[in-house]
Design a protein around this ligand. Structure first.
Ligand SMILES: Cc1ncc(COP(=O)(O)O)c(C=O)c1O
Length: 413
């Protein structure tokens, strides 16, 4: 048997797919038509290192890496992997970026990006109501390195601009939509403020997915996802991704080789498989979430619903203008105490009680008893986390079944 040339296996770029719709891109973009051993799917290259046939080949590789335009082949597993590279190409195509880098988890993507880019003495502005570990990383680890963070209320663009310190602030960091209140950043305003103040922008777009919004197209510099969520979509792996301009991602690639947070090939394979159904999954989740939000809003046992697809949401207008779908998470407050809210959750039959979101199985949680359990009720309230708040991450089950389940659970309290 003749082994294929590595150049043949990874050479055709499939650029024609870039002009296609979301699902065509999700299935085909970044994937070579012709793969090793005529496999239809991307092979899992489960190798920690890569070999050279002789010293001449090694020297040619080193020369091309050092003096030339780089090389397609890999040298060592921490610097790159062909299965990982395939999913990176697909994600870059889906977000409309030049290049992408995948990491072992969403937090690895966040921490590696910030550690790689921010110098000592820098300052970042972050919006509140964002993933608590990102906040924690900035307020503890970055602080130890002499990097200060200012947290401003989501949606207060005057406060955001006022927090920028000339020649010191490097980044504006926001999620959109946020967790758990699904606040939507006005990307146009964010980019305008950033450009006028010469600051870079980073959006954690985990909740949006490239199906509902592509922040790079609005002028955002970096997009991050916890690929653990919608991108992989099956609650079966952890991964993260950063997408952006080619030269910037290349610099991060070098840094990833040092920091070491690369995703492993098995997870990259599963992630690529998951992404292929992203379009249809997210469409179903958008549709169910909107129907559930509308149902809950009219229910007498529900005090308040947070969903950007509802007119009652503070960012509804921005969401209508800047997003093509409102996402698969609905947060709401049950009329009553922490205990009554737990009774409702316990009476549900379809969703699992678990943190996370974006997979095919619906997951539900009471943030006061999950992510914020160690806080006192007063501290939770200060963070805006009410005892009766529920976060429902909708899966791909049938909408009618989910609504019937909610109805019977509410009936029981
Ligand atoms: C919005 C958001 N960003 C980042 C993360 C971190 O991702 P991971 O759990 O993959 O490390 C999460 C995890 O819940 C998240 O919800």
């Amino acid at each position: 048997m003749t082994l294929p040339n590595i150049e043949d296996v990874y050479a055709d770029n499939n650029d024609t797919m870039l002009a296609s719709g979301d699902s065509t891109r999700a299935v085909h973009a970044g994937t070579r038509r012709r793969k090793a051993f005529n496999s239809l799917t991307t092979p899992v290259i489960q190798s920690a290192t890569y070999t050279f046939v002789n010293t001449a080949e090694l020297i040619a590789f080193m020369d091309s890496k050092t003096w030339g335009n780089g090389s397609d082949r890999e040298e060592y597993g921490r610097y790159g992997n062909p299965t990982v590279a395939a999913v990176e190409k697909k994600l870059a195509a889906l977000e409309g970026g030049d290049d992408a880098l995948i990491y072992a988890s969403g937090m690895s993507a966040v921490t590696s990006l910030l550690l790689s880019i921010l110098p000592t003495g820098a300052h970042v502005v972050m919006t509140d109501d964002c993933y608590r570990r990102t906040r924690q990383f900035s307020l503890t680890f970055l602080k130890r390195l002499g990097i200060e963070s200012t947290i401003v209320p989501m949606g207060d663009y005057d406060a955001l601009e006022a927090a920028i310190i000339r020649k010191k602030t490097r980044f504006i960091i926001s999620e959109s939509p946020t967790n758990p209140y699904l606040r939507v950043a006005d990307l146009e305003r964010l980019v305008d403020i950033a450009k006028r103040n010469r600051v870079r922008t980073l959006i954690d777009s985990t909740f949006a997915t490239p199906i509902n919004q592509r922040p790079l197209e609005w002028g955002i510099d970096f997009v991050i996802h916890s690929a653990t969520k919608y991108l992989s979509g099956h609650n079966d792996l952890l991964a993260g991704v950063v997408i952006g301009r080619g030269d910037r991602i290349q610099a991060l690639r070098q840094a990833r080789g040092v920091l070491g947070g690369i995703a492993d090939p098995q997870n990259a394979f599963l992630l690529e498989r998951g992404i292929k159904t992203l379009g249809i999954r997210v469409a179903q989740q958008n549709q169910s979430a909107l129907a559930i939000a509308q149902y809950l809003e009219t229910h007498p046992k529900i005090e308040r619903v947070w969903y950007p697809g509802l007119e009652s949401h503070p960012d509804h207008n921005v969401a209508i203008e800047q997003m093509s779908g409102f996402g698969g998470v609905v947060s709401f407050e049950v009329r009553g105490s922490l205990e009554r809210t737990s009774q409702f959750i316990d009476a549900l039959r379809i969703p699992y009680i678990a943190p996370s979101l974006g997979g095919v199985e619906s997951l539900i949680e009471q943030p006061a008893l999950m992510s914020f359990y160690e806080k006192t009720p007063e501290e939770r309230l200060e963070l805006g986390i009410k005892d009766n708040l529920v976060r429902f991450a909708i899966g791909i089950e049938d909408t009618d079944d989910l609504i019937a389940d909610i109805a019977q659970a509410l009936e029981q309290i």
